[in-house]
Design a protein around this ligand. Structure first.
Ligand code: ADP
Length: 409
């Protein structure tokens, strides 16, 4: 069994730099798990601790049934693919791919050759075996580095930002290649990236890190539809989730969020939010695809001003501003990163709209359009903790699988 367990794993570097704090996660046998987060969030440190390239300060890492904390890297049955590929320039592709096997196993040369050729075939580099790395393109080097990992037939693959040196088109192509490879080999994989799109498209599950702490783990759909806090809400998804400020008004017939946005909610939902927080004002997260734009006001609409419209082909992206002074008192959110920049400038709001659904005259910026918000896709966050307060969030009916839980619960 090559499942991986992180149990309360902590890493403190010299000078008391806390890089990873009490990290709990169980990765199933055959799973493709992506660690994603901004630069410096502790992703590489975690990966390097699994590989044995970094000491573990506290807690335990298990691969299969073996605690690997003190095992040297070569005894961990892992293969790692690095961002810079780490190929030997003076060796051919064949020699590069065979190098690890020759050193770490007693396999006869014939079998090593066979394995190298099989892996090269799988990676589509069979015709490059006698070339030196300097004659290869970035994409080809990436394939050699991955091929070299496959040859070892390890229990676990570790990928550290393997595609970030490639151009956008090649990156997308390699993404699908790596997915296919995973479908074929079904080797337990930990993949590190700062690119949320890469994480969303490739993974069985995603673990989102910020400042050395696990924020949420779940399937791509779960973390997109049910973000547990504002960090996840804004990190996952592009363009990111809009954040508005609103009060919960219970004086009318139905409870309603009112402020930057106007959104009715059910009594049940309002009660559950009230029970979980005594905040007066809330952060409301709404993705660009859940905002509708109208030319005339409706009872639920708020006015907004068109900033620019970006045609994207299948739809347009509308950048808008809210009326001056409407609820954009960011003080309520001073402890929570809601995307406003350091000078306190308001964030940019965005909505996906049908192409050409707004006449050109609105592009001038001084005529209001009218926005309504899909109450079923509004996420309600506590402005002090960033926590998602909303049990009534609709999103998917997908329940949280057993394996989505951390190791500790
Ligand atoms: P990521 O991979 O998410 O970019 P890292 O794991 O590289 O993050 O780094 C996490 C934190 O640990 C950062 O604050 C980084 O500066 C620090 N760090 C990483 N490597 C070392 C090191 N060898 N010595 C001291 N601090 C380090």
């Amino acid at each position: 069994m090559s499942r991986i367990l992180f149990d309360s794993v902590t890493k403190v570097y010299d000078e008391n730099i806390l890089a990873v704090e009490e990290f709990d996660l169980r990765i199933d046998d055959g799973e493709f798990l992506t660690l994603v987060g901004p630069s410096g969030s502790g992703k590489s440190t975690l990966l390097r601790m699994v590989a044995g390239l970094e000491e573990i300060t506290g807690g335990e890492i298990r691969i299969g049934d073996t605690t690997v904390n003190r095992l040297p890297p070569r005894n961990r049955d892992i293969a790692m693919v690095f961002q810079n590929y780490a190929l030997y320039p003076h060796l051919t592709v064949r020699e590069n791919m065979a190098f690890g096997l020759k050193r770490s196993t007693e396999l006869p040369p014939g079998e090593i050759d066979e394995r190298v050729e099989e892996a090269a075939e799988l990676m589509g580099i069979g015709n490059l075996l006698d070339q030196k790395p300097k004659h290869l393109s970035g994409g080809q080097r990436q394939r050699v580095a991955t091929g070299r990992a496959i040859v070892r037939d390890p229990a676990v693959f570790l990928f550290d930002e393997p595609l970030s040196n490639l151009d956008a088109k090649l990156r997308k192509h390699m993404r699908t290649q790596l997915q296919r490879l995973h479908q074929t080999l079904e080797t337990t994989t930990i993949y590190v990236t700062h690119d949320q799109e890469e994480a969303m498209t490739m993974s069985d599950r995603i673990a989102i890190l910020n400042e050395g702490m696990l924020q949420q783990v779940g399937t791509p759909r779960q973390v997109y539809n049910q973000p547990e806090n504002t960090f996840v809400a804004q990190f996952i998804g592009s363009p990111s989730m809009n954040m508005f400020v609103a009060e919960l008004d219970r004086t009318g017939d139905r409870p309603r969020f009112t402020g930057d946005v106007e959104v009715d909610v059910s009594e049940q939902r309002a009660e559950s939010i009230d029970n979980r927080s005594d905040a007066d004002r809330f952060l409301l997260g709404i993705r660009p695809e859940h905002i509708a734009v109208h030319e005339s006001p409706t009872p639920e609409s708020v006015p907004a001003y068109v900033d620019i419209i970006e045609p994207l082909g299948s739809n347009d992206l509308l950048y808008f501003e809210l009326e001056d002074g409407v609820g954009v008192d960011r003080v309520v959110a001073e402890d929570v990163d809601i995307g406003a920049d350091e000078e306190g400038d308001e964030e940019e709001y965005k909505a996906f709209i049908e192409p050409e659904s707004i006449p050109n005259r609105y592009e001038s910026g001084d005529t209001p359009v009218h926005l309504t918000f899909d109450t079923n896709h509004v996420h309600v966050f506590d402005p002090r903790t960033g926590e998602n307060l909303d049990d009534g969030r609709p999103a998917t009916t997908e329940s949280r699988p057993e394996s989505a839980r951390g190791a500790g619960d």
